[in-house]
Design a binder for this molecule. Sequence first.
Ligand code: SF4
Length: 220
Amino acid sequence: MRAFQRALLGWYGRHGRDLPWRRTRDPYEILVSEVMLQQTQVKRVLEYYPRFLARYPTAAELATASEGEVREAWDGLGYYRRASNLQRAAREVAERHGGRFPASPEELVRLPGIGRYTAGAVASFAFGLDAAILDTNAARVLARVFGSTRRKGREARLWALAQAAIPPGRGYPFNQGIMDLGALVCTARRPACPRCPVRRACRTGRAVAEPRRPRTRAQR
Ligand code: SF4
C-alpha cells in the first residue's frame, strides 16, 4: 500500500493534468465540473465549463435563474437532467444551508443529483477532506493494483479500499492522481504497464512480462 501511495503521489506531482477545475477550491465550481464530466468527455467540458461559469458564476446566481435559461446554457452538453439537478442543488444550498456548501460527503450526498462519487469529489477537491471517490477509472486501477477481481461484494470492497488507500491529509492529490492514472496509463483496454509509475506495487503490473532488453555482447 505504501509503495503504491508514494509512487502515485510522486507521479501525480510531476504529470498530473492541468485542468481549470483544478485551479479552484470553490465547491460550486468543482461541482459544476463534476456534473459536466459525468457523461461528457474532458475535451468537450473544457469548452463548456468556462462559458457556463461566466453565465452563472455562483450557486446563488444559478439558483435564481429561470429553468429555460439554464437549459439554454447547457445546450450542446446533452443529458439536460444534469443541469436541472445542478440548479436544484444550488437552490437547496441557498435555502437550507445559508448559501454555503456543506463540506462532509454525508451532507453533500443529500443534495439533489449528487451521488456518492460526486460527494467525495467535492469534499476532497474543495474542502481537502480525505473522502474516498470511486469512479470507473479509480475502480479499475484499484482492482488491478490490489487484485480485487471477485464479483461478489466488489463495489463495497472497492469503496473500502478507496478510503483505506488515502494517505492521511492527502485526499486531494491521491484522488486526482488515481483518476489521472486511470485516464492516461491504466486505461480500460490497453493498460501501459511497462511505463506505469505504480507497476512495482501493482499485482497485475508485476505479472506482465518485463519488456525484453537487447542483450549485451558479454551476455551473448
Ligand atoms: S501496472 Fe498496469 S495494471 Fe497496474 S496500475 Fe499500472 S497500468 Fe494498471
